[in-house]
Design a protein around this ligand. Structure first.
Ligand code: NAP
Ligand code: COA
Length: 273
């Protein structure tokens, strides 16, 4: 067993109250870090903070903010950093998604995903920079395969997440001299999550999805959390500006096969039945 001591780390997970991001926050808690989470919903924040405490976080706290509202986000992050003693690790993962054809969704639908995923990421980065413990802080953006692979009904997400990865790469340049590393993780399809429920909503679509992953299984939040632990550790001290798939090989081509099933789903077919 590999033992990783995170007891000296202060970790902030934005969008950390469900799914993959909550799994990341909980893994850091299990390894003894101080962990804070933020999202739009007070009950989800409260529930996550209770879980972080139960799992062994040296400190656990949370606050409500919508990443689209810079002022609220900044105040919440400043208060959290003050309570913890600055941030050593920040994970930026708040996002929204729904399948919708570009020619059919409303302009506001497209804008809502850009506002949450892309501008929200910029808001997080803009607000955290003065709060990072430098040198040595590690920042992680949670991206998506759509950043690299076009998919039917995902133009809004592709545009937003490609932008997220370019923010990551640009900030690696801007922040490197102060000893801050920043990387993106591209998760594959992760079991039990809202993202997968929205994009592969039937058992048949799910089956095709699993078959399309070279490693022949869905990922788990822990798979993504493990990569975050690595990026937060000294083992990754020379890695910055990287966009890292943690996806069982999905971006090697399988994801394109699943993209085709989205198209069938939208047309009312039952793929894989
Ligand atoms: P999820 O469970 O819906 O998690 C989204 C989190 O972000 C929740 O904590 C949500 O809490 C928060 N959030 C949403 N909108 C927000 C906003 N405007 N301001 C602040 N917080 C907000 O989704 P997930 O499927 O686990 O996905 C998590 C991340 O992984 C996303 O970045 C997604 O793009 C990426 N990803 C997922 C998969 C997958 O298989 N699921 C694959 C590739 C990439 P509230 O509702 O309380 O705000
Ligand atoms: N298809 C097409 N358009 C949709 C849609 C769908 N399934 N769901 C929402 N929209 C449109 C709405 O109609 C609205 O446009 P309009 O004002 O022109 O009618 C626009 O998107 C914004 O919707 P709204 O519900 O007001 O936004 P919100 O800020 O409350 O929620 C979402 C943002 C839409 C992204 C919502 O799905 C969300 O909160 N998602 C977070 C969880 C999630 O997506 N998890 C997976 C992460 S990968």
């Amino acid at each position: 067993m590999i033992t990783i001591d995170c007891s000296a780390l202060n970790v902030m997970v934005v969008g950390g109250t469900s799914g993959i991001n909550r799994g990341i926050a909980e893994l850091f808690a299990e390894h003894g870090a101080a962990v804070a989470v933020a999202s739009r919903t007070q009950s989800k924040v409260d529930d996550t903070v209770a879980s972080l405490k139960a799992l062994g976080a040296s400190k656990a706290l949370g606050f409500v903010a919508d990443v689209r509202n810079y002022d609220d986000l900044q105040v919440g992050l400043e208060n959290a950093a003050k309570a913890m003693g600055g941030f050593d690790v920040v994970v930026s993962g708040a996002a929204g998604n729904f399948p919708a054809l570009a020619s059919e969704m409303s302009p506001n639908a497209f804008k809502s995903v850009i506002d949450i995923d892309l501008i929200g990421t910029y808001h997080v980065m803009r607000a955290i920079y003065p709060l990072l413990n430098k040198p040595g802080a590690s920042v992680i953006s949670i991206s998506a395969p759509q950043a690299q692979m076009p998919m039917v009904a995902q133009a809004h997400v592709s545009a937003a997440k490609a932008g997220v990865d370019m923010i990551t790469r640009n900030l690696a340049n801007e922040w490197g001299a102060s000893g801050v590393r920043i990387n993106s993780i591209i998760p594959g399809p992760i079991e039990g999550t809202e993202g997968v429920a929205r994009l592969a909503p039937t058992p048949a679509a799910m089956k095709l999805c699993v078959k399309s992953v070279p490693l022949q299984r869905m990922g788990t939040p822990q798979d993504i959390g493990n990569a975050c632990l690595f990026l937060a550790s000294p083992l990754a001290s020379y890695i910055t500006g990287a966009v890292i798939p943690v996806d069982g090989g999905w971006l090697q081509g399988g994801v394109a096969a699943v993209a085709a099933t989205f198209s069938q789903l939208l047309q009312g077919d039952n793929p894989g039945a």
